[in-house]
Design a protein around this ligand. Sequence first.
Ligand SMILES: Cc1nn(C)c(C)c1CC(=O)Nc1ccccn1
Length: 329
Amino acid sequence: GTGVVTATPEQGDVEYLSPVTIGGQTINMDFDSGSSDLWVFNTELAAGSQAGHSNFNPETSTTFQLLQGASFEISYGDGSGAAGNVGTDTVNIGGATVTNQAVELATAVSSSFVQDTQSNGLVGLAFSKLNTIKPVQQKTFFDNAIATLPIPVFTADLRHAAVGAYEFGNIDSTKFNGSLSWTDVNATSGFWQFSSQQFAVGTGPTMNLAGGQAIADTGTTLMIADPSIVNAYYSQVQGAVNNETVGGVTFPCAAQLPDLAVDIGGNYMATVRGDDINFSPVDAAGTTCFGGLQAGTAGGLQIYGDIMFKSQFVAFNGGNNSIGMAPHQ
Ligand SMILES: Cc1nn(C)c(C)c1CC(=O)Nc1ccccn1
């Protein structure tokens, strides 16, 4: 069957949380199309790390089974990470159910996860080749569910400061304008990766980023793009500065931010709304704001995170490894 769950933004759209039922226990988790481990806060974690979180208890699940000798260790591009043991259990996401899903029980998590008490783990939705479980790599929820879904797709409908949805096995055409533009992804990296070689700032000319590549990553808050894009963009924003102390580009909160259009696989220019690029104030007075568009390394992989998803409805097709996009309804 299909599955649909709410995607509720944390304060400031830092991440989006969705209910996941593991062995009958419902836990709010962060769906991440940029990684491939399903790991959860749990009762094996040190009490200090458990504090404030919903913690899965493998002992009270009648369907949990330890995967003897299995472990995981994951680190994310922002330096955060988690590690621990592994079991299997029945995982139900809005009705879409997998009976033998690898559930990774963190015994160590980095401070950024401990501090974010709204989030109790991640559901990795990239390709299973990125799963970190050893000695035998395991499959993602989507990989395990795909054969049972009416269509081999999940969709992300993320909104600014409003409740959206993740859906498995169905594309709700009431959620986007017009029709989806489809692009083949290159799954070799394990990410939902596509070429992104052109961009335009506001009503300006289309500019080239030869060889540009990007991933669609619901687990990343911002939009990490090539410095050439970032510089071209903020050259159009009065008062934008690269603020070393804050760790990225800031500008006056009153600044008028242009839209940014980015190429998706050569088939579609996805427009990211300028006001979504005004991410958050960095000072109490709300005078200076932090940009939702920040620079990655020149020539590196670009990460189109939640800032893009707030403007674009995205369908992930695991049947033919493609991504569909259209502006939100
Ligand atoms: C890949 C990457 N490089 N850099 C600099 C960043 C910020 C990323 C994205 C990233 O770390 N995303 C993430 C973090 C925690 C949990 C899930 N996803």
